[in-house]
Design a protein. Structure first.
Length: 329
């Protein structure tokens, strides 16, 4: 039995998590769910967006499922702080074309590996009414660690190339360290091709030649922006899962936010949450079940019959979830 920490958060996070739990209950694997709170509603009740109890629950689990959280003005991001608390330093965001979805090409299949613990997301800001300063922290240790994660994932995926994204022509010291660390680590993987691009050029190449990339590694902010851009290539954030992996913990979440404008309407796309759960099963070593879930999602999308409004349909969150379950059993 796997002990899974479940943190639904706010908005559609609760709805897609309910759908995800419904699906997990139908597969032939035993789970024990322990629930934690985080997000805006949690702050309203407890005065914090991420209680210590939630961190304890997450740290003691075999894996964590996180829904979505609404931004709380003046308060730190609960998901960023949870990633740091668990030291899940590699944010893995696969980007894949699905038949039946609105993709710009049918041969897109790459993954963005985003450094998860520092950069501008260190959340260190200060100043006065006239001038505010945000610190950008980049260390050799974290840069080498995330590069190793990218090369190892490239081998696992049986791919041939890792692309480093940076802006070292302007951010000469911080991104200089990131780029140098990438090529230092690359020496240990001579069988894998390497290249690097400035982040602005990469933003264009993802639109004009996304089929040419295998594994992309970048710093925190750049990776966040590029992965959302990439989701737009293959049908939107409703099809974009992610995993946050460290040496001892795994945290899995859809890329989308809490979408308060559609919360409570039962029309949120559950696929990104369900695909995140499939990534969790990969992490736990349940590869066959993970692949079965991914294949079931692909079949439902390809049939173009049952789909949520973001994909051009009028089905509900649970309609799509039950269709995926029918493909599984």
């Amino acid at each position: 039995m796997y002990n899974i920490a479940v943190i639904s958060g706010d908005g559609i996070g609760k709805e897609v998590m309910t759908a995800c739990e419904y699906l997990l209950d139908k597969i032939d694997i035993e789970f024990s769910f322990t629930y934690g709170n985080a997000g805006y509603e949690c702050f309203s009740l407890n005065g914090t967006t991420l209680p210590e109890e939630t961190i304890k629950i997450a740290s003691k689990s075999d894996a964590v499922l996180f829904g979505a959280s609404t931004s709380t003005p003046g308060e730190p991001s609960p998901i960023i702080n949870l990633r740091k608390a668990l030291n899940v330093y590699a944010n893995i965001r696969p980007i894949k074309s699905y038949k039946g979805a609105n993709c710009i090409r049918d041969d897109i299949d790459f993954v963005i590996v985003r450094e998860n613990t520092e950069g501008l997301y260190s959340q260190i800001e200060y100043g006065n009414m006239d001038k505010m300063i945000a610190e950008r922290h980049i260390t050799r240790k974290a840069s080498e660690r995330i590069s190793k994660a990218a090369f190892n994932l490239c081998i696992k995926r049986e791919e041939s190339k890792v692309t480093c994204v940076h802006k070292s022509n302007v951010l000469k010291k911080t991104d200089g360290v990131f780029k140098e660390s990438f090529y230092k680590v690359a020496k240990d993987y001579p069988q894998i091709k390497t290249e690097d691009y400035y982040v602005d050029a990469m933003a264009m190449y993802l639109l004009t030649q996304p089929q040419n990339f295998d594994v992309i590694v970048s710093s925190n902010l750049f990776g966040d922006i590029l992965s959302d851009e990439s989701a737009g290539l293959v049908g939107g954030l409703g099809l974009a899962p992610s995993g946050n992996i460290g040496d001892h913990n795994g945290l899995f979440e859809p890329v989308h936010g809490s979408a308060p404008d559609i919360a409570g309407k039962n029309i949120a796309n559950p696929c990104s949450m369900i695909l995140s759960a499939a990534m969790m099963l990969d992490y736990l070593g349940e590869w066959e079940t993970s692949n079965n879930i991914k294949n079931a999602v692909e079949k439902v999308i390809a049939e173009c019959k049952i789909r949520t409004p973001d994909l051009g349909g009028d089905s509900s969150t649970m309609d799509v979830t039950k269709a995926i379950v029918r493909e599984l059993i």
